[in-house]
Design a protein around this ligand. Structure first.
Ligand code: SF4
Length: 283
């Protein structure tokens, strides 16, 4: 048995820990949740798990099509993107940093927050001083403290994604199966450390690394959306949180004129701060 089948067999064992009728698959149309979709429907053939997606109004057309094709239920948010921008602000640096900025811009001045905003060092177990990975970046700090930062907030994710899911869970009593992996960044490394979260959402891919995921896709010829030929992650169209390795600029090239106009208007101020050139041609 090779690595791939060893992993998939182990994944089956993990699924034995849940009662399928008490869970739904949170399906974003991206690589991780689609891997779980394929596993549930085709590899392990597990009955009783509802596939639930979300139309955030911000998906790439190809991903949105996939969501409607594969989901039993598609949820809609209660607020639209420009309503969120007006009320709370827009995403800019990272979810974590934007959360600190949002709280600061709304007047919070608690010690912990100020430490992160001003980049205070802490004493590590080795007795030496370290910068916290949660500190604001230099650019964010300078703009915020000089009062030159626009209204920034990670609440776009809250209202377009988390709230509709929370509403659905409350109405149905179901818990989520999430395609999240701790290989995807420092916050996730500390957040996902086993198959279950504190609220008993099921995160069976938590320890899957990029290489093995790639091998599973290859061995079983699992469909990958074209968009992955251009960017390494798909979130919402043009989201600044995908500006890693110029992915946002690449994504903008893939949109229709009207989609690009919508996205550039929505994220305008963040693009300016991050130096995202909306007309740049990126290979
Ligand atoms: S990924 Fe970006 S655009 Fe999508 S909901 Fe979250 S903040 Fe908004």
């Amino acid at each position: 048995m090779d690595n791939v089948d060893f992993y998939l067999n182990d994944l089956k064992t993990k699924f034995n820990k849940i009662n399928p009728t008490e869970y739904y698959l949170s399906y974003s149309g991206g690589k991780d949740s689609h891997l779980l979709y394929w596993f549930i429907k085709e590899y392990a053939k597990i009955d009783g798990i509802k596939i639930v997606g979300m139309n955030t109004y911000m998906e790439h057309p190809e991903i949105l099509k996939r969501i409607y094709k594969n989901c039993d239920i598609v949820l809609l948010p209660s607020l639209k993107p420009f309503e969120i921008k007006e009320m709370y602000g827009i995403p800019c640096f990272s979810k974590n940093q934007d959360d600190f900025i949002d709280r600061y811009q709304r007047g919070c001045r608690r010690d912990y927050l100020l430490d992160r905003i001003y980049g205070k060092k802490f004493i590590g177990k080795d007795g030496k001083e370290h910068f916290s990975a949660y500190n604001l970046s230099k650019k964010a700090r300078e703009l915020l403290s000089s009062g030159n930062l626009h209204k920034v907030s990670p609440k776009c994710c809250k209202y377009l994604k988390k709230e509709p899911a929370a509403r659905f869970e409350k109405e149905t009593g179901l818990k989520a199966i999430l395609g999240v992996r701790n290989a995807e960044g420092i916050i996730r490394q500390s957040k996902y450390t086993s198959c279950f979260t504190k609220t008993m959402n099921f995160t069976p891919l938590w320890d899957l690394d990029d290489e093995l995921e790639k091998q599973i896709y290859k061995k079983y010829n699992i469909e990958i959306p074209q968009i992955y030929n251009y960017v390494c992650r798909t979130g919402c169209m043009g989201c600044p949180y995908g500006s890693y390795k110029h992915d946002t600029e690449k994504e903008l090239q893939l949109l229709s004129e009207s989609q690009k106009k919508f996205v550039c208007e929505y994220f305008k101020e963040s693009y300016e701060v991050l130096g995202i050139n909306t007309n740049k041609k990126v290979a």
